[in-house]
Design a protein around this ligand. Sequence first.
Ligand code: F6R
Length: 259
Amino acid sequence: MEVIIRSDADAAAALAARLIAARVREKPGLVLGLATGRTMERVYDRLAAMKLDFSACRSFNLDEYIGLPANDEHSYRRYMDAHLFSRVNIHRANTHVPDGMAADLGAEAARYEWLIREAGGIDLQLLGIGEAGHIGFNEPLSALMSRTREKALTPATRQQNAAMFGGDAGRVPARALTMGVGTILDGRELLLLATGAAKAAVLAKAVEGPITAMISASALQLHPRCKVILDEAAASALTQRDYYDWVFQNEPEWESYRT
Ligand code: F6R
């Protein structure tokens, strides 16, 4: 794992976008794993402005609320259309979001896993982190080997996402379909982006604490190619900051990203 700390949320998102852009240029047929949420909005704004060629890319989103049709204003399909897909030249047929309206959610989860395998697996998975430590909607006690499945959301997560539902946590769907922790760890490269002081405590547990199913993001420590990009506020509870900065300043891989 490598941790890169930038001055603010804009600079952190800019670095994440540059890294994604580099991967798209290296491999035009990149299979991208995508996340939703407020943190990602800045990344998608940047990607849209870069005029990249996504025409051969395929994408798989981490999760979707159960019970919201794709055209619901709060669905993650709608979020993706608004923030990224309608602004770049990705083919809609190549974009995938779990179907939270499927009559058989178990079958939909199995289909989603199959689609990812058929695509050759995810090359680069973008991740945010919830205040309770989730990646995707892998809430506390999600098995570290879990696959795509239905998951009940914690009250904390529904509260965290209430702003998108007029501030009313009761209107946030109680369940979601989400890639599992195991599905996420199968990605060839992982990129977690976190900004803001509200993420500082859980981020420090995920990066520097023990691996535990209580904080699914801690499972990222198992991945051989995982980058964590933070702003100063989200990094404020980390203890090994000097080392992380030294790696960023000295490892050849980061040379073109230092300016
Ligand atoms: C969303 C997702 C979640 C979010 C996380 C952070 O697809 O998978 O794990 O990334 O809840 O959300 P924000 O960015 O809104 O703080």
